[in-house]
Design a protein around this ligand. Structure first.
Ligand SMILES: Cc1cc2nc3c(=O)[nH]c(=O)nc-3n(C[C@H](O)[C@H](O)[C@H](O)COP(=O)(O)OP(=O)(O)OC[C@H]3O[C@@H](n4cnc5c(N)ncnc54)[C@H](O)[C@@H]3O)c2cc1C
Length: 480
């Protein structure tokens, strides 16, 4: 018996199992494995088994492009330190070739893990519901299960206005296949995906402009941090906020006209749509299940159990439209797989503080979900911070949120050097119930970016009269 991906051979026309998982991305793979380890007979149904969005067209290729861009930035920045370097010579073919080579390595590793799944579990078909616990597959096979996990991920939303542009329009599903870097690119959307890729392109000498219909960067609710993000990223990247777009063909190019807060016209070699990703639920025929859906067509789901109403149906990963990041897809796969296997013994599982990170330079991170009107806050700037000045990356602003009564941390909006790492310290502190005062009694090595949090923590301590403040009133080292 061989294990792994389906052979596309013949199958019985009707299949039965305890848990059927639709979608073999990160969430679905974890859900199937968790259910199988719990003793359930499982089926894992996917129309491609391509190796997860993260590895193929998501986290990994985007970070590979950013890594190339940051290498170019380092060469340009060398002169700041008195080190002579020529303007970097960017070989677009080589950049994209390295990206794909490394990306393919990540995909191969994922496919190897799928190959370890026992024979007969993986089914290469598209699935749709025919009832609460029954599915029809693309080849006419029927599946009957005791419980079903929906882990179908999300797909890029491309506004209809861009459809006539055909191949000139890119999404995350096509941009990493470009043979070389384009001459110029218009990026639609100033969310994490749009800003990460736009900043990478401009650093790789691609003439890049960002167009965003709202006034906000990355849906940020903190107006001060949002302003700083716009200012700092805007120093190297042209961004147009509050604009509506019209796009037409201009020979081989896209002619973009924008109006609103600003107006203009320009032709670009390509247009990258990064205007959000919608849960991939539309052709599942959810109506056959009778489960409730919200006005976006997304099933109403209990965040702690991932159960849809009282049905034996569970929703995990990007398909549920919340927390669309990798570690959450994985954890949700675990919750959904556990509860699907145990159904009807469904148990709530505590969710950790949410983190979202935008891997721009500097990075932006949002941790927790505090109500800013109900929280105490402390603010700290990185414009004059010691370590940031040493490394010539002194820009950014962080705001930490805490409970009014005792200063217990509830969240943070962090924009500055190393905030992708510091976000974890804040999230772990929230999980441990740390207060601003208790954090200040912990060691802060000098000179580090972590020291830059101290002014914000002290402001919170002062507001709650935390006794730790006396204990930690040390001589401030330079720039801390
Ligand atoms: C460009 C980009 C960059 C990102 N960067 C980061 C990052 O840096 N850090 C981070 O944490 N997250 C990042 N993410 C998000 C992260 O990639 C996702 O949260 C995660 O991959 C979602 O996994 P999933 O299992 O929900 O979906 P997927 O991996 O997309 O799996 C869904 C699967 O379901 C299958 N499917 C769909 N419908 C059906 C059907 N009807 N029948 C059968 N099969 C079906 C699909 O073919 C697919 O294989 C990024 C995403 C993108 C797009």
């Amino acid at each position: 018996m061989t294990a792994g991906r389906p052979s596309d051979g013949t199958r019985p026309s009707g299949m039965r199992c305890d848990v059927a998982v639709i979608g073999a991305g990160t969430a679905g793979l974890v859900a199937e494995r968790t259910a199988r380890k719990a003793g359930a007979q499982t089926l894992l149904i996917d129309d491609g088994f391509a190796g997860t969005t993260c590895a193929t067209v998501g986290c990994m290729p985007s970070k590979l492009l950013i890594a190339a861009a940051n290498a170019a930035k380092s060469v340009r920045k060398a002169a700041t330190f008195g080190i002579g370097a020529l303007e970097p010579a960017i070989d677009g073919h080589a950049v994209m070739a390295r990206l794909r080579e490394e990306r393919d390595g990540f995909v191969a590793a994922t496919l190897r893990s799928i190959d370890e799944i026992p024979t007969g579990i993986c089914v290469r078909q598209r699935a749709r519901f025919t009832g609460r616990t029954t599915l029809a597959l693309g080849d006419g096979t029927t599946v009957s299960a005791k419980a079903i996990v929906i882990a179908t991920g999300a797909r890029p939303s491309v506004p209809k206005v861009f459809e006539p542009l055909g191949d000139l329009v890119l999404t995350n599903e096509s941009v990493f296949e470009l043979p070389s870097l384009p001459e110029s690119i218009a990026v639609v959307g100033a969310g994490p995906l749009g800003l990460e890729l736009a900043q990478a392109f401009v650093r790789l000498d691609v003439d890049t402009e960002v167009f965003e219909q709202s006034d906000h960067v990355a849906s940020l609710r903190d107006p001060d941090v949002a302003k700083e993000v716009k200012r700092v990223i805007g120093e190297e990247l042209i961004m147009h906020f509050g604009v509506k777009l019209k796009a037409t063909h201009d020979g081989d190019l896209v002619r973009l006209a924008w109006s609103g807060a600003s107006s203009g016209e320009k032709s670009f070699a390509r247009l990258l749509v990064a205007a959000g990703r919608s849960p991939e639920l539309h052709d599942l025929n959810l109506v056959a299940t009778g489960i409730g859906v919200d006005d976006r067509g997304i099933p109403t789901v209990d965040e702690a159990t991932l159960q849809c109403g009282d049905a034996p149906i569970f929703l995990a990963g990007d398909a549920d439209g919340t927390r669309p990041v990798l570690h959450e897809a994985s954890f949700e796969g675990f919750i959904a797989g556990r509860n699907a296997a145990a159904y009807p013994d469904v148990r709530p599982i505590k969710r950790a503080a949410p983190i979202s990170i935008m891997f721009t330079d500097p990075p932006l991170a949002v941790v927790g979900a505090p109500r800013s009107d109900e929280a105490l806050t402390g603010l700290a700037s990185y414009a004059d911070q010691g370590r940031a000045k040493v490394d010539a990356c002194n820009a950014g602003l962080v705001r930490i949120y805490a409970d009014r009564d005792c200063g217990r941390l509830t969240g943070a909006t962090l924009f500055g050097p190393a905030m992708d790492h510091i976000a974890h310290l804040i999230a772990w502190s929230i999980e441990r119930g740390e207060t601003a005062g208790s954090l200040l009694t912990m060691p802060f090595y000098h000179p580090t970016f972590e020291e830059g949090l101290k002014p914000a923590l002290r402001q919170i301590c002062k507001a709650v009269n935390a006794s730790e403040l006396d204990h930690v009133d040390e001589a401030a080292p330079p720039g801390a």
